[in-house]
Design a protein around this ligand. Structure first.
Ligand SMILES: [Fe+2]
Ligand SMILES: [Fe+2]
Length: 155
């Protein structure tokens, strides 16, 4: 597996673990901790999604000739994830574990499916070219951090 796939897989596993930790804290009634873990997870994921939406996805299409359809599907999955995250951001405030479970379970499932899908798409493409352009990608990412993302996160 290439370095790029490893990087993606590493982040995806990290988010998987973050959701598990959040669920475990809520299960034992540590809502303050669960909320903190959730907020950290969202902050991290926002940057991860921006990197994909605004740097990696366009790069795959423009520079590597990747399929636009595949990228549209992945972007739509991001939209679904944002909706599920918005629900959970609201539900977690109620400190009601049953409602919380009803909200975190579909989110966790959607995250897992999206990660798998994304890893497959990226694996099928030419990761060596991506690695050869790593400096350029990192420079683009740096420039992103100075402006607001185009995705609307109202939480
Ligand atoms: Fe993604
Ligand atoms: Fe990802």
């Amino acid at each position: 597996m290439s370095e790029t796939s490893n990087w993606l897989v590493h982040d995806h596993r990290k988010y998987d673990e973050a959701l598990e930790a959040c669920e475990m804290a809520a299960e034992v009634g540590e809502w303050k901790n669960a909320t903190r873990l959730f907020k950290e997870f969202v902050k991290d994921l926002k940057l991860h999604m921006r990197l994909e939406d605004e740097v990696l996805y366009p790069f795959f299409i423009k520079e590597l000739g990747g399929s636009e359809g595949e990228i549209v599907d992945l972007s739509e999955e991001h939209d679904d994830l944002v909706r599920l995250l918005r629900d959970l951001a609201y539900i977690i405030k109620t400190n009601d574990f049953d409602h919380f479970l009803d909200s975190i379970e579909p989110l966790h499932k959607a995250m897992t499916e999206h990660s798998k899908h994304e890893e497959n798409v990226f694996r099928c493409m030419n990761n060596d070219s991506l690695l050869a352009h790593r400096d350029e990608i990192l420079a683009r990412l740096k420039s992103l951090q100075h402006n607001e993302g185009r995705r609307t996160w109202d939480f």
